[in-house]
Design a binder for this molecule. Structure first.
Ligand code: ATP
Ligand code: MG
Length: 433
């Protein structure tokens, strides 16, 4: 007999049929000669009822002493039953235990503190909360790839081990690379700009690394970065791409995972109301709002999380902040020809206090301007030789952005901390398990 997945049973596909399922014992109780086994297989959870006289005696006995998380196989018939937790149940005819879990599964049904759950992350990812988030995350990336495919983008991979910073030296992770020093990449940026002249419109979904020294609820040291780069595209164009991509992803999630979103406290209707166009305010306007709110903030300061939190209170859907000063953006951002002290840049901020989820804009395409910015930032042009070359051979106006996958998932799933948007988070004080 072929195993079927619990999700299809719960969709009604196997009602009144005999099925075989495989999974883990999520929970169990017994009463009046019946065992109620909750089985989890990764696609869902279903109640299986085992009556004393409908299975062999030894099976009924074995089930009685089963431990949580034991792995097993069940054969039985599917019944629709309004009283069952998810509307369906399996009447057990036979059972085979693959592995009887040890007694004392560490994750008990009681409150555990965050550190305990992080230490036991390898087990905690089986919880319904983590399982739901990880499924939404997978669907999020699946939808993104669908959108890229439908819109003619090519997936491109840049190296992880690099030799020159693109987002400032402060958060670089050094790597001993034989007899020299290299770094873990912070973004695909410089390589993406080389690749557009080979492939046209490109995207990547890959880890980026940042040695973030402060503890916040929105910084990981290893995070997944969804990045896009497009030739012949300006600031306006790249903002539109972000709107379209995000709208498509949100629609897909609302359409395909409404129950999962609800489970995490996010109403799909709420998300549906957050349709583009997203409002755009300039950095200047943001400064003005902050000052109105009584915050001491000078023009030229970087907008940090505390500021973003205040700004997001004025919006009920994502919004862009544009035209950041040169000094708060990486050297490759193009200065605005009409006002060179600001750049043609835009960050997208999520509402409800979440803040920045993407950063991007138009890149410098002129050789002279690039050399000048590298000098201004005190960087060594030797380190960027090949990158500078790109402005010598067929330079074009181009733009791109980087979206933090975990930042966006945190907002969509209403998470309190970014660590729950990834299975095994890497934080300043955590690289285990
Ligand atoms: P922040 O100011 O919040 O540190 P940033 O300006 O350093 O962000 P960018 O360099 O623009 O961020 O990176 C692009 C996107 O990557 C950000 O908009 C964010 O969504 C995500 N991101 C950046 N740093 C981290 C991090 N340490 N952990 C998780 N996501 C991150
Ligand atoms: Mg940062």
């Amino acid at each position: 007999m072929k195993a079927v997945d619990i999700a299809s049973i719960l969709s009604g596909k196997y009602t009144d049929e005999r099925v075989l399922i495989r999974g883990w014992l999520h929970n169990m109780r017994s009463s009046g000669g019946i065992h109620f086994l909750l089985i989890r297989d990764g696609t869902g959870i279903i109640q299986c009822t085992m009556k004393k006289n409908t299975v062999k005696d030894e099976i009924f006995k074995e089930a009685k002493d089963l431990t949580q998380e034991s792995s097993l196989e069940i054969i039985g018939s599917v019944r629709e039953d309004k009283r069952a937790p998810r509307g369906y149940e399996i009447k057990v005819e036979d059972m085979k235990v693959f592995h009887r879990a040890e007694e004392g599964y560490p994750i008990a049904k009681k409150y555990h503190g965050p550190d305990f759950l992080l230490d036991n992350r390898h087990l905690w990812i089986r919880s319904q909360k983590m399982q739901t988030i990880l499924r939404i995350r997978a669907k999020f990336l699946e939808a993104a790839r669908e959108w890229f495919k439908a819109n003619g983008f090519v997936e491109f991979h840049s190296p992880t081990i690099i030799t020159a910073a693109c987002e400032g030296g402060a958060t670089l992770f050094p790597v001993k690379y034989f007899d020299r020093e290299a770094y873990l990449t912070q973004s695909w940026q410089l390589y993406a700009e080389a690749a557009i002249a080979s492939l046209g419109k490109i995207y990547t979904i890959a880890p980026s690394f940042r040695a973030e020294k402060s503890r916040t609820r929105r910084h990981l040291t290893e995070y997944w970065h969804l990045e896009v780069e497009i030739p012949w595209c300006d600031l306006k164009g790249i903002m539109k791409v972000q709107e379209d991509l995000l709208a498509y992803i949100l629609d897909s999630l609302c359409e395909e995972m409404p129950g999962e979103l609800e489970y995490l406290g996010r109403s799909p209707d709420e998300l549906r109301r957050m349709k583009p166009p997203y409002e755009r305010i300039t950095y200047d306007k943001a400064v003005k709002i902050l000052n109105e709110e009584g915050i001491f903030f000078k023009w030229g300061d970087d907008i940090t999380w505390t500021h973003e939190k205040i700004l997001t209170e004025r919006f009920n859907k994502p919004f862009f902040i544009t035209h950041f000063p040169k000094n708060v953006k990486a050297f490759y951002h193009k200065p605005d020809p009409e006002r060179p002290k600001v750049t043609l840049s835009a960050d997208l901020l999520a509402p409800e206090g979440y803040g920045e989820i993407t950063g991007g804009g138009q890149r410098i395409d002129s050789l002279e301007e690039l050399l000048e910015r590298i000098k201004e930032e005190g960087l060594n042009p030797e380190d960027y030789k090949w990158y500078i070359d790109l402005r010598r051979y067929g330079s074009v106006p181009h733009s791109g952005f980087g979206l933090g996958v975990e930042r966006t998932i945190s907002w969509i799933c209403k998470l309190e901390h970014i660590r729950d948007a990834i299975a095994f988070p890497r934080l300043i004080n955590r690289v285990y398990p």
